[in-house]
Design a protein around this ligand. Structure first.
Ligand code: ZN
Length: 181
């Protein structure tokens, strides 16, 4: 396992469309593990393969209940609307509000090649939409409004605040403020 370099939003690879994974071999499994390592190392809640320079349709995320892997994810149904603040590991310190569906239904394959169906809402729905957008070369910056760049002090304060929240009640649902994908 290894930490991979995260591509920044000026990198044109992030504007390309990722290709479907044809077979889940050792190379793909290694990439998935590296993506998880890289996401955790950077305090992200989600990561898409193009963010580490691989144009493959793979996303990983962890909204606080363990690592999730989706290979060739397809959103089959969306409903409702939610508007929350988002950030992105490829756009450090930039945040903005994005309108997303409230609920998404997704079909994908897990790391063992088993087909999975997920109905996601709240933060999980946001993360899945944000990450699957990456697979089509779309960045949250394209959709966000009220964009701003947080100062290092604000970032540090937000991290402290979320640490306190987690230690206060580790089961309490985490806020999705300042979570970078
Ligand atoms: Zn992102």
């Amino acid at each position: 396992m290894a930490i991979r370099n995260i591509r920044k939003d000026t990198d044109e690879i992030l504007r390309k469309k990722s290709r479907e994974v044809k077979s889940i071999d050792n190379k793909i499994r290694e990439l998935v593990l590296d993506m998880l390592d890289t996401m955790y190392k950077n305090d992200g809640v989600g990561l898409a393969a193009p963010q580490v320079g691989m144009l493959k349709r793979i996303i990983v995320y962890d909204i606080g209940d363990g690592p999730k892997v989706m290979i060739n994810p397809v959103i089959t149904k969306c409903s409702g609307k939610q508007s929350e603040e988002e950030g992105c590991l490829s756009s450090p310190n930039v945040f903005g509000i994005v309108d997303r569906p409230a609920v998404v239904h997704v079909k994908a394959f897990d790391i063992d090649g088993k087909e999975i169906s997920v109905k996601a809402k709240e933060l999980e729905a946001i993360v899945i939409c944000h990450e699957t957008d990456h697979l089509d070369g779309v960045l949250f910056l394209d959709k966000a409004y009220n964009l701003y760049t947080a100062t290092p002090e604000e970032i540090a304060a937000a991290k402290e605040e979320s640490k306190k929240e987690v230690s206060k009640n580790s089961r309490k649902k985490k806020t999705n403020k300042r979570k970078t994908k």
